[in-house]
Design a protein around this ligand. Structure first.
Ligand code: PMP
Length: 316
């Protein structure tokens, strides 16, 4: 789908996956004017179609991000319709034996040419999909994080709470350092006091202490994860106290359990976190809060239980 600045998107077309043409002077290539979303279509057992998880929330988040990045955005209906079309096309084009769950990537970019710094004159909204397995090589096994307090993901007043493409390349260095030392991912701290947890490279973080669950507030520098919000709701339904607050490195050291949430990582238990050379270990495995929440969330996402919350969208 394409549209000009100040206009609305018109109906798009469906194509097989291929390269796209882009103007060398486009806003996205020159000034990083681009935002994206990530969602999954869970393939139901016995080839009984797919389930999307809360796609309207992704659409809304894209709209809010577009506003921050001075871009027009598709309507919620256009967004969800495009995502559904991609899943249906996949069903049509991929033989049943090769069909699995899909990771879906909606992308909104400034595609028109702009040489002086200004919003691009034209925008493209496109959606593509890829087969998906577990995100971390550990699979469902506990992950190990390295706290990073020199490289920051976000700063106050910046775009940390927006899913803009420009948030991601700057964390590659921290991620490479962590991976070269054998860690799964990085845990970022706030850039002012360097003592409050923010999030990992592509997921939100929770700690559990004496059955009370806490997660960093998302104002400004942390992405408001859709999985994060869903897990908070499920945990409260179970009767857990869930606090959205400033979570310090001291809270982390004292926690019983730590886990990460995100579309790709779902609910991943954290086995250890290393901070300034000190390693802290956490409870994982059977009878943990994270395992209970993981089971509850994935049962809804995969259609194994009745979706009492109306979070899933069936695609046949
Ligand atoms: N934080 C960041 C930086 C992310 O990229 C993601 C993935 N979208 C998340 C958190 C988790 O968000 P969600 O649960 O909506 O996937």
């Amino acid at each position: 789908m394409k549209c000009s600045l100040g206009d609305t998107f018109s109906c798009g077309e469906l194509n097989r996956y291929s390269n796209i043409e882009l103007n060398p002077a486009s806003g996205v290539l020159n000034y990083g004017q681009g935002i994206f979303e990530g969602l999954k279509a869970y393939r139901k057992r016995d080839d009984r179609g797919f389930l999307l998880f809360r796609p309207e929330e992704n659409a809304l988040r894209m709209q809010m991000g577009a506003e921050r990045m001075c871009m027009p955005s598709p309507t919620i209906d256009q967004f969800v319709h495009a995502v559904k079309q991609i899943v249906l096309a996949n069903k049509r084009w991929v033989p049943p034996q090769e069909r699995g769950s899909l990771y879906i990537r909606p992308l909104l970019i400034g595609s028109g040419p702009v040489l002086g710094l200004a919003p691009a004159p034209e925008y493209t909204f496109l959606v593509y999909a890829a087969p998906v397995g577990t995100y971390f090589k550990e699979g469902l096994a506990p992950i190990n994080l390295l706290v990073q307090d020199e490289i920051h993901r976000a700063t106050p007043g910046g775009t940390g709470s927006v899913k803009t493409i420009t948030n991601y390349a700057p964390v590659l260095k921290a991620q490479m350092i962590a991976k070269s030392k054998g860690f799964t991912d990085v845990l970022y701290l706030d850039s002012v006091k360097k003592k409050y947890l923010e999030e990992a490279s592509s997921c939100n973080i929770f700690i559990v202490k004496d059955s009370v669950i806490s997660t960093p507030i998302t104002q400004g520098t942390v992405l408001s994860g859709i999985t994060r919000r869903s897990i908070i709701e499920i945990a409260r339904d179970y009767g857990y106290q869930v606090d959205e607050r400033l979570v310090s490195i001291e809270d982390l050291m004292d926690a019983d359990e730590v886990f990460c949430t995100g579309t790709a990582v779902v609910v991943s238990p954290v086995g250890s976190i290393t901070y300034h050379g000190q390693r802290f270990e956490y409870k994982t495995g059977a009878e943990t809060v994270s395992q209970r929440l993981h089971k509850s969330l994935t049962s809804i996402q995969m259609g194994l239980v009745e979706d009492m919350k109306g979070w899933t969208v069936q695609i046949d």
